[in-house]
Ligand binder design. Structure first.
Ligand code: SF4
Ligand code: SF4
Length: 97
């Protein structure tokens, strides 16, 4: 398995690099191009897993306690989880850097 430290940053990708092939996302740190990040209000979360299902990067995993956790190395800040969360417990926050 490729270690994350061995994968290229997005600035190092060749022009036209395919990141749409099945399973290709794990080889590219898609979190590098994020300009905003999802913030959860877990008091509102009903642990349904919908955000995890719709995340195009597959970077949201449901934890043992039933709450979702996003891997920020791969979250690209697309906001789909926020849109799909029907309880409104996800907000997008602009990245500071
Ligand atoms: S913003 Fe949400 S849906 Fe989009 S990549 Fe990040 S965790 Fe996944
Ligand atoms: S969709 Fe919303 S309520 Fe459901 S698990 Fe995700 S954050 Fe929680």
């Amino acid at each position: 398995m490729t270690k994350q430290s061995e994968t290229p940053r997005w600035q190092e990708l060749a022009l036209g690099t395919a990141v749409t092939d099945p399973g290709s996302a794990r080889y590219n740190r898609t979190g590098d191009w994020r300009s905003s990040r999802p913030i959860w209000d877990f008091d509102k979360c009903v642990k349904c897993g919908v955000c995890s299902i719709f995340c195009p990067e597959g970077c949201i995993t449901m934890q043992a306690d039933g709450l979702p956790l996003a891997d920020m190395e791969y979250c690209k800040g697309c906001s789909i989880c926020m849109v799909e969360c029907w309880t409104g417990c996800i907000e997008m926050e602009e990245e500071k850097e």
